[in-house]
Design a binder for this molecule. Structure first.
Ligand code: VGL
Ligand code: ZN
Length: 197
């Protein structure tokens, strides 16, 4: 069984959104096409409370893209984005959500960010996706979505660590590329056995 995991295909990561990734909206048609070739489709949805600790606005005097130290390690600060029930948190209207068997929401704990579809950034708290995929018999994962260097890369690395065969379709991803983060993520994925297509 193979599963297409579409990472955070949300308005806030597309042009005009709060944390816009260049060309983020352009990946939706190819993602829709990929769905037919997969047994299962899972979507992830960044889903933050208003006062989330990854928001620069939660830290007086801080601005987006500054770093802070959290109890679980260094954390990039972001503009407010993907606030629960906002339009920005909604899936992009061009995405076909009809085949989604499950939607994994993440980043709901105000104290911990969550890039990966599998674990929060403390690298301990599970989202439940690994168990879901095992119980549905999926061994091969195809990843696409936003952003290549954050949520897609962290999901791919955790997927391999959890024992799945992971392929990332780069043509159906777009990156933030902050401070060399895109090259570093690509190198990390390559080294860890993620298949980059
Ligand atoms: C993401 C930064 C903050 C992502 C989510 O989807 O890559 N990046 N929250
Ligand atoms: Zn987020």
């Amino acid at each position: 069984m193979n599963c297409l995991v579409v990472v955070d295909p949300q308005n806030d990561f597309c042009p005009g959104g709060a944390l816009a990734v260049e060309g983020g909206d352009q990946i939706m048609p190819s993602i829709n096409e990929m769905m037919a070739a997969h047994d299962l489709v899972v979507l992830t949805q960044d889903w933050h409370p208003q006062n989330h600790s990854s928001f620069a606005s939660s830290h007086p005097g801080k601005t987006p893209l500054e770093m802070i130290d959290m109890s679980y390690g260094p954390q990039v600060l972001w503009p407010d984005h993907c606030i629960q029930r906002s339009d920005g948190a909604a899936f992009h209207p061009a995405l076909d959500t009809s085949r989604a068997a499950a939607i994994i929401r993440k980043g709901m704990n105000p104290a911990v960010d969550s890039y990966s579809a599998f674990f929060e950034n403390d690298k301990k708290t599970q989202t439940g996706l690994a168990g879901y995929l095992r119980e549905t018999g999926c061994t091969q994962l195809t990843l696409a979505g936003l952003a290549t260097d954050f949520c897609v890369a962290w999901s791919a690395l955790d997927g391999v660590a959890e024992g799945f065969e992971v392929e990332v379709r780069l043509a159906s991803c777009r990156g933030i590329d902050f401070d060399g983060s895109l090259d570093a993520a690509l190198e990390n994925m390559r080294k860890s056995g993620v298949k980059l297509v």
